[in-house]
Write a protein that binds this ligand. Structure first.
Ligand SMILES: O=C(O)CCC(=O)C(=O)O
Ligand SMILES: [Fe+2]
Length: 354
């Protein structure tokens, strides 16, 4: 990542240092969180309270699930509809984040497969699990869901403090829970396809929900849009040297289960643009040495695993700006629409089940 003086520097906040787990001492944490979100759309967190062994176990379960035989995964295949939240397994080719940026008619599928899990109480859209091929998988993933959900609610409460909003301004609008937990596997892919722009593990996109906590393995490749390249970005000073800036900047994996946390579209809407959603993609790891590795087998990127929690507003909630963010000078930038309508509109663009 860029030096700390760069406007796109993503700090690693230590939740213990900020006494994140103690209700009385969150103001400093909230201020730094909001500063990083405003500038970059992202933050990194250590000592976030998700136990190390739980994260390691989750990655172990992911490797086991994705190495099941295709017919076992097929049992858990996402229902055949683009109008519903994704639940269960989506195979390579089902999702094309490239379409979110208007790239129609071009091969823009993501080189990945994923497994999406809803809240256990979400009886409207139940998760499809593999029936008997992976005993223990479902209870473990459900227990992780509870832990990461509780974490996400805490962050929303901290954002209320940071913006001096009444308690509940955000957190009263998240029940019943409509979030999705995603387990993702990126299979090996020739690096040359990525450098030639013919493939991406995920094309540039924003997430649709409020916030996304993410854990990645050590392979790398996650990158965030460099807002310093874009002269008129409202939250960054133009420095007159933008042409020298790259379009994207890597978010390197770090030892110690560092969490990456980003702003999604719904939070951008609720805050009337004060926290713009962070554009990101997954491509070639910055450490991947093309000159050495560009021939034969060695030019193949290894498997990569990650897990993102798309924390969302309740389906019936409006995703237009919360009153506190609208003034005479700063009119609402986003029209009223329910979260369910917004999610459907975004998912339809990107998901090509047939
Ligand atoms: O795998 C990653 O690091 C990012 C995943 C992601 O951006 C997504 O699934 O929306
Ligand atoms: Fe994403």
């Amino acid at each position: 990542m860029k030096p700390s003086s760069h406007p796109m520097h993503v700090p690693t906040l230590d939740c213990n240092h900020f006494q994140f787990h103690d209700d009385g001492h969150e103001a400093e944490f909230a201020a730094q969180l909001i500063d990083s979100f405003k500038r970059t759309g992202f933050v990194k967190l250590r000592n976030h309270g998700i136990p190390d062994n739980m994260i390691q176990d989750l990655f172990r379960w992911m490797r086991q699930f994705f190495s099941l035989a295709p017919e076992d995964k097929q049992e858990a295949h996402h229902p055949p509809s683009r109008n519903t939240p994704q639940r269960g397994w989506s195979k390579y080719g089902d999702e094309s984040t490239g379409y979110l940026q208007g790239a129609k008619g071009v091969e823009r599928a993501d080189v990945k497969e994923h497994f999406d899990v809803g809240d256990v109480t979400d009886t409207l859209f139940p998760t499809r699990w593999p029936s008997s091929s992976l005993p223990g998988f479902q209870p473990f993933v459900e227990s992780y869901y509870t832990v990461i959900y509780t974490f996400a609610v805490r962050i929303m409460a901290i954002l209320e403090t940071g913006f001096s909003l009444p308690k509940g301004a955000f957190t009263n609008r998240i029940k019943p829970d409509a979030s999705d937990l995603r387990l993702a596997h990126y299979p090996p892919v020739p690096a040359s396809l990525i450098t030639q722009g013919k493939a991406a593990r995920i094309w540039p996109h924003t997430d649709f929900g409020l916030i996304t906590p993410l854990f990645q393995d050590g392979v790398g490749g996650l990158e965030i849009e460099n807002r310093a390249k874009c002269r008129n970005h409202p939250n960054l000073q133009a420095n007159g040297k933008n042409d020298d800036e790259p379009d994207f900047l890597p978010v390197e994996p770090e030892p110690g289960n560092i969490m990456v946390l980003n702003v999604g579209d719904t939070l951008e809407r609720w805050t009337n643009g004060e926290l713009p959603a962070g554009v990101h993609r997954v491509v070639l790891p910055s450490t991947f040495n093309q000159d050495v590795n560009n021939s034969g087998e060695a030019g193949l990127l290894p498997d990569r695993y990650s897990t993102a929690f798309f924390f969302k507003a309740a389906r019936g909630e409006d995703v237009s700006p919360v009153d506190a963010f609208v003034t005479e000078e700063k009119k609402a930038k986003f029209p009223p629409m329910t979260s369910a309508e917004y999610q459907r509109f975004r998912t339809q663009t990107m998901y090509s089940y047939d």
